[in-house]
Design a protein around this ligand. Structure first.
Ligand SMILES: *Cc1c(COP(=O)(O)O)cnc(C)c1O
Length: 459
């Protein structure tokens, strides 16, 4: 019989101490951070679930590659190692390194000239939308209905609505610049898109003569969900599935800080020679020479290894199971959750947990503060502080549709006992849910206020 416990498929040979603090210290730290967890320092945090971006652990093989990275300015061997690995995985001809995903996005949308044109996506991630809009394009989200319903258990909530996609392609004509699929759909809770949906979206884009691109930050997690959930895919390896996903596309942007298993890096890959030439010209202007693109040779070498490790079945099985395990733990505690568990994070409906708080009293931030005070745990609000706007007339803020808290898991970083401990912290927080207090914004910036806002607890 197979054991029921899915173990971490690695042993640990290098450790980093977890900062611990007393409740009194945490009260002081949070006060000094103006009750905004973004403003905490890492040494004040015991378990950090702010993001899975660039926060994971590299393997011994990756660290070994770092030592042999080739720092030649032009023609680095590390570049050619990375190029070969990426071509074998994706089939794409042109492999362009960048320092992270958002610079790939900026270059792609510039060379596809999205100005006064539309980008049709399942959902745009926030930097993706910001780059489209900065270049005067229009970012249109067409995720399926179920993808917008937190309670739906649909297995592929990251799917694009094909009828609406075709409608936009038909009506948009020359106004459509490209079709973009984010896998997994980060803005929609780390939910996957199915292979069937990707095939159909690719076909539609090509029928109307548009490039079909992927935002492939979590391509391996998406491939694993396809293997687990999509009829007929169980016999294939995650790598074979990922290869098909890439083969459907004309190119992709990738933040390597997620499924690249590195702390910094990005990729822009294209099949079209003319587009690639334009992209490289812009890369030289903004990132660096085409064989390093804003990274050190050692970064390229570590990424080449990471992209081979990430499709390992034992790794993906553990990765998805550990997030699901935490989701189940919270579900048993009666915490209102987005369903099903995403690939990289668990999303809590803080508005439902704290019905006594109005959206403009920031229930998501209230929950983040409770988690921090209880255990030094950092999570991030995805609600009115992040997406709301002050009312010019001086009334309550314009609020977000949902008051969520995201707990994102760095890769290969925490173990099952850390997750069990998180469950105990959450149980305490749930037990005193009736006493949670809201917050008001004391100071905020004009854009992306969540990152810097100063808050005050309401009495
Ligand atoms: C993180 C992310 C990006 C942006 O990448 P950076 O490396 O942070 O610049 C783009 N799209 C998705 C889906 C992401 O998760």
């Amino acid at each position: 019989m197979e054991p029921r416990t899915i173990i971490e498929p690695f042993r640990i040979r290098m450790t980093e101490p977890l900062p611990v603090s007393t409740p009194d210290q945490r009260r002081q730290f949070l006060h000094a951070a103006h009750y905004n967890p973004f403003l905490l320092r890492s040494r004040e945090i015991t378990i950090d679930l702010l993001t899975d971006s660039g926060t994971g652990a590299m393997s011994a093989a990756q660290w070994a590659a770092i030592m042999t990275g080739d720092e030649t300015y032009a023609g680095s061997e590390s570049y050619y190692q990375l190029r070969d690995v990426v071509q074998a995985l994706t089939g794409h001809k042109h492999v362009i390194p960048t320092h992270q995903g958002r610079s790939s996005e900026h270059i792609l949308f510039s060379v596809l000239d999205v100005a006064s044109k539309q980008v049709l996506a399942n959902s745009h991630f926030d930097t993706t939308r910001a780059n489209v809009e900065y270049l005067k394009g229009e970012a249109i989200d067409l995720v399926i209905e179920e993808g917008r319903n937190p309670g739906s258990e649909h297995p592929f909530k990251g799917n694009i609505d094909l009828a609406r996609l075709e409608d936009h392609l038909k009506r948009g004509g020359d106004k459509v610049a490209l079709v973009l699929m984010t896998v997994t759909n980060n803005a929609g809770g780390g939910q996957p898109a199915s292979l069937e949906n990707l095939r159909a979206a690719s076909e539609l884009a090509h029928k109307y003569g548009k490039p079909f691109m992927l935002d492939a930050a979590r391509f391996a997690e998406n491939a694993w969900f396809i293997k687990e959930r999509e009829p007929g895919q169980q016999h294939r390896t995650p790598r074979e599935i990922a290869q098909e996903m890439f083969a459907l596309s004309d190119g992709f942007t990738m933040s390597a800080k997620k499924d690249g298993l590195v702390n910094i890096g990005g990729l822009l890959c294209l099949n079209d020679d003319d587009l690639a030439e334009k992209a490289r010209a812009l890369l030289i202007l903004t990132e660096g020479y085409p064989t390093y693109g804003g990274l050190a040779g050692r970064d390229l070498a570590a990424l080449a290894v990471g992209l081979q490790e990430v499709t390992d079945e034992a790794y993906l099985k553990y990765r998805i199971a550990s997030v699901r395990y935490f989701h189940k733990l919270l579900d048993k505690l009666g915490v209102p959750l987005m369903r099903p568990a995403g690939g990289h994070a668990v999303y809590i409906d803080a508005g439902a947990l704290y019905p006594q708080l109005k959206p403009w009293e920031l229930p998501g931030v209230a929950l983040c503060n409770e988690l921090y005070l209880e255990g030094g745990v950092r999570a991030v609000e995805i609600g009115t502080l992040m997406f709301g706007k002050p009312d010019q007339a001086g009334g309550h803020d314009h609020t977000a549709p949902l008051e969520l808290v995201r707990m994102a898991f760095p890769r290969r970083t925490y173990t099952q006992s850390h997750v069990d401990w998180l469950g105990e912290i959450m149980a305490e927080v749930v037990a005193r849910r009736g006493k949670a207090r809201g917050l008001r914004i004391a100071k905020q910036g004009p854009i992306l206020r969540a990152f810097t806002a100063q808050l005050e607890p309401l009495t």
